[in-house]
Ligand binder design. Structure first.
Ligand code: ADP
Length: 241
């Protein structure tokens, strides 16, 4: 298992936002987390990244991953277009979680960054300033950065936010390719549920049951099961209307 979540409750200042989470993701799995605004998707991501501690239950990462070993693409990063740094600098900074206070990058880190830039088709752009790149190129650079942090587990919050439809397809295809070729485990929050379901293999749907104050897991299973489920049908119709 690359991620095992058991009887998990997460929240802030002693108040649970989401509880009763129970699911596993195998190595190389691809999970899409969906739910209305405020259903706790970002809170779950913070829990997985270790930014907040469980109120109860636990999150177990696959052996050898460690908290610094998760690649992360946040919503904020995805929409920050005017970052005043060079592309290779941004990609290399994915190593910072592991490098600690060391003021330089190792040869291995530089070689891996190069490989990641080539893999994502931005090697030719390495000397450019990030803010000169198109939205799609910027997203590729941020994915290369996330890969520098981890070749095992990527956590992505709205990876296609703000991109036009063609570039959105490009980003989802890239993720699918990374998932397949590197056996990389992906956990992704997405509002773009139709596209996400095309490529992800499992779905976790968070929801606040009627009359309750805390969100919980109302569906966890494969994409096929989700599409046939009442929850999936209702949510997809609602989303696309
Ligand atoms: P989603 O990502 O599904 O939109 P969030 O996880 O961001 O949902 O938020 C779930 C709930 O947690 C919301 O009611 C939100 O107000 C609350 N929340 C989020 N962050 C904090 C925080 N730092 N402190 C207190 N409450 C928060």
């Amino acid at each position: 298992m690359e991620l095992a979540v058991r009887a998990l409750a997460l929240g802030y200042n002693g108040f649970a936002v989401v509880d009763g989470l129970d699911f596993d993701i195998p190595r190389g799995g691809y999970l899409c987390v969906v739910g209305e605004n405020g259903s706790g998707k970002s809170t779950l991501i913070k829990g997985i990244l270790g930014l907040i501690s469980p109120m109860s239950g636990h999150i177990r990462l696959g052996e050898g991953i460690g908290r610094g070993g998760i690649g992360y693409l946040s919503q904020e990063m995805a929409v920050k277009k005017d970052f005043p740094a060079g592309v290779s600098e941004i990609v290399l900074s994915g190593n910072l979680g592991r490098a600690g206070l060391r003021p330089f990058y190792s040869r291995t880190e530089r070689t891996e960054a190069e490989e990641n830039m080539r893999r994502l088709g931005i090697w030719e752009l390495r000397e450019h300033c990030f803010r000169e790149l198109s939205g799609g190129q910027q997203r590729r650079a941020l994915l290369a950065r996330a890969l520098c942090a981890s070749r095992r587990l990527l956590v992505l919050d709205e990876p296609a936010a703000g991109l036009d439809p063609l570039v959105t397809v490009d980003v989802y295809r890239l993720l699918e390719q990374l998932n397949r070729e590197l056996d990389l485990t992906i956990i992704m929050v997405s509002h773009d549920i139709e596209s996400a379901l095309k490529y992800a293999r499992a779905v976790l749907h968070l929801k606040k049951p009627a009359g309750k104050t805390v969100n919980t897991q109302c569906f966890f299973g494969t994409v096929d099961e989700y599409i046939k489920s009442d929850t999936g049908r209702e949510f997809r119709v609602h989303r696309s209307s």
